[in-house]
Design a protein around this ligand. Structure first.
Ligand code: 8YV
Length: 327
């Protein structure tokens, strides 16, 4: 029997996934779940045939340039691939795969939860109870804003954006969107969605903005200080994609000054660091990057990773190959 390929997994994965990997491959697990240092990542790419990183690992050109000749596949555990230098991987003939599709519904649920939580002041209300300062119901206390009948502008109408739109319609939101390409007319009709070619034009007219596009060089600070200023003062922003899509400092300043009504953020520019000024604001709901954090989702992601590795080592094209041109 030929030797099994060495698969290095950078973080703790669900037990069922780790067990199946152990059956199939020669696996180096990270049972402590300590994120790897750059030196540990370099050691991993020098020795492994397959690397299984996550969003917390920076697989940049400095790491990849030290990869050994055995490294053939980076089977990332997650959908976003902005932590991997795809160009360098391609130059070195390393295949990159991800786990699309299986975290769509969970991430859309979390997006919807934030769309509800921020205007309805869910976290503030919860904090009030826990503080012991709640003095009882009042006709004008804890008033938020109605969701029903408002306009939602979705930036990035891919799988997750569409899943958010389906949920949003059930809550009486009018769906608007901006995307690199206009979606198929059938999908637009199903979602009764209004397409905006101009992002500037769209953001200036929305009540709520949801970021659902990937982070790429083209979407870095897509919501720049200039563009954020176009939003109406009563608007809310929700981000379950990547922190880098919004200029976080500019957003924080606007939230502090009341130039925008509020924000629901599951992702940040310098994770796990969160701007302390954001933490002190009442009109924000902050979550620790848990959009796809369900046990079912994590197992599905792990299954995809296994399928990608197995098909690759068996000499076939893995189903979830990532090409630079996709982003
Ligand atoms: C994952 C995510 O938890 O898949 C993604 O792109 O942002 C997250 O929901 C994480 O990336 C796992 O690596």
């Amino acid at each position: 029997m030929p030797p099994k390929p060495l698969v290095v997994v950078t973080r703790k994965l669900p037990d069922a996934i780790e067990t199946r990997m152990m059956e199939l491959f020669d696996v180096r697990l990270n049972l402590d779940d300590e994120p790897m240092t750059q030196a540990q990542l370099v050691e991993a790419v020098r020795t492994a045939t397959v690397l299984v990183p996550t969003v917390t690992d920076r697989i940049d050109s400095a790491v990849l340039s030290q990869a050994g000749p055995k490294l053939r596949l980076i089977a990332s555990f997650g959908t976003g691939v902005d932590h991997i230098d795809l160009a360098t991987a391609r130059q070195r003939g390393i295949t990159v795969t991800n786990t699309p599709g299986v975290l769509t519904e969970d991430t859309a649920d979390m997006t919807m939860a934030l769309i509800l939580a921020v205007p309805r002041r869910l976290a503030e209300g919860e904090r009030l109870i826990r503080s012991g300062n709640w003095t009882g119901w009042g006709p004008t206390t804890m008033l938020g804003h109605r969701i029903w009948g408002k306009r939602l502008g979705i930036i990035g109408m891919g799988r997750i954006g569409s899943a958010v739109a389906r949920r949003a319609r059930g809550f009486g939101l009018a769906v608007h969107y901006h995307n690199r390409r206009r979606v198929h007319p059938d999908l637009e009709a199903e979602l009764e969605a209004t397409y905006w070619e101009s992002l500037d034009q769209m953001v200036a007219r929305m009540d709520i903005i949801s970021i659902n596009c990937p982070h790429t060089p083209a979407t870095f600070h897509l919501l720049s200080a200039r563009r954020l200023k176009l939003l109406p003062r009563h608007a809310y922003i929700v981000n379950t994609s990547r922190g880098e899509v919004i200029d976080e400092n500019a957003l924080t300043r606007m939230l502090q000054r009341g130039e925008i009504a509020g924000a629901g953020l599951d992702v940040f520019e310098q994770e796990p660091a969160v701007n302390p000024k954001l933490v002190n604001l009442d009109n924000v709901v902050l979550l620790p990057h848990m959009g796809s954090a369900t046990i079912e989702g994590r197992i599905d992601m792990g299954e995809k990773v296994i399928i990608n590795i197995k098909t690759f080592v068996d000499g076939h094209k893995p189903p979830d190959r990532v090409l630079e041109t996709m982003f």
